[in-house]
Design a protein around this ligand. Structure first.
Ligand code: MN
Length: 345
């Protein structure tokens, strides 16, 4: 029994989706990253992995389009308690830094120390995720990250890049562009993950963003300027739909820019907020659950291979009886796992 919080009921004796699995015999190994040190608005996503695990027991394994993919094994690694404790400490430091910034004052020596501690802690988290993902890939398995905020998968994306010699692209589904150059002084903010990734030595060949509807002018300029970034703004997707283009045709256009090997980075807020009402930074608009699932289908049916993925920013309701965010998160995780397995054929 591995209980995440006092009073919690998440148990590893059941396993994700209620299936008992082992790390050795599973094709997909999922790294839980209970991390939200730099989240700027609503909190709670560090408790996402636990609530998804809990909600996953309700998912029926029989799925019309995924068949028996689950038999390949989707193993969730134990929740890292020490990372959660570090998260809680650093999050309060980050909040004091942010309070100073928002007051318009310059950072005190104490704030500077706090900022340094936060940046070092975030780097440590990324290293830890990288080590986990690299080990999974070295065993011939597929790594996935279950966040946490959107800074959580950076180490996994780096490990995938190393394993593929950089021959991969990212399919990024999100309300936000996440292309900010630092955010509030935090080097590894959830809001700058894709900027960090696209400026790394291990960057992918292509970043294809979908459902983006919240971004700064600076981010817009980066999208326009960087030929390796292709953004499908939510506004334009909806306009195409309203004017009669089929979603199937739109998905083909989206997928056509991706290389053969694809890493999927899925921020739950890429979906319409009705599917994720408690996520930290919800934005009106976005994809339906079915549109997102169909996009994954089109990517896989095009012959592309999913080499890793993350699901992040799922944040449970403070009301423990309200399971909705976790429920949607668990079902989306099930689709991501299933399409990843189907793409290996
Ligand atoms: Mn987002």
């Amino acid at each position: 029994m591995n209980t995440f919080e006092p009073g919690g009921t998440a148990s590893y004796t059941d396993g994700l989706f209620g299936i008992p699995t082992t790390a050795e015999k599973s094709e997909i190994v999922i790294i839980p990253v209970p991390w939200e040190v730099t989240t700027s608005y609503g909190g709670g996503t560090s408790r996402g992995p636990e609530r998804i695990l809990k909600a996953s027991a309700q998912v029926d394994l029989f799925d019309l389009e995924l068949g028996h993919s689950y038999k390949k094994g989707y193993h969730l690694l134990p929740l890292p308690h020490e990372l959660l404790l570090l998260n809680d400490d650093l999050r309060s430091l980050a909040l004091t830094v942010r309070a100073t910034l928002e007051s318009g004052e310059s950072l005190s020596a104490e704030d500077q120390r706090a900022l340094k501690a936060v940046n070092e802690g975030c780097a440590k988290m990324s290293e830890w995720v990288h080590t986990q993902a690299a080990e999974i890939l070295a065993r011939g398995q597929i790594p996935a990250v279950l966040g946490g905020d959107h800074s959580s998968p950076e180490g996994a994306i780096r490990a995938v890049s190393e394993a593929t010699n950089g021959a991969f692209g990212i399919l990024h589904i999100d309300a936000h562009a996440d292309l900010r150059h630092q955010y509030q002084g935090f080097e590894r903010s959830h809001a700058s993950i894709m900027n960090n990734v696209m400026h790394a030595t291990w960057k992918p060949q292509k970043l294809v963003q979908v459902a983006i509807r919240d971004f700064s002018e600076e981010e817009y300029q980066l999208m326009e300027k960087n030929v390796h970034v292709e953004t499908f703004f939510d506004l334009n997707l909806k306009r195409a739909l309203f004017e009669g283009e089929a979603w199937a045709s739109i998905c083909k256009r989206i997928v056509s820019g991706l290389p053969e090997q694809v890493y999927v980075s899925f921020d739950i807020d890429g979906l319409s907020p009705e599917y994720c009402p408690h996520t930290g930074t919800p934005v009106p608009g976005g994809l339906s659950f079915d549109q997102a699932g169909y996009l994954l289908r089109v990517a896989v049916e095009s012959g592309r291979k999913i080499v890793g993925f993350d699901l992040n920013e799922v944040s449970p309701s403070p009301d423990p009886s309200n399971d909705w965010d976790g429920n949607v998160g668990a079902r989306l995780l099930y689709k991501l796992c299933g399409w990843t397995i189907l793409s290996q054929a």
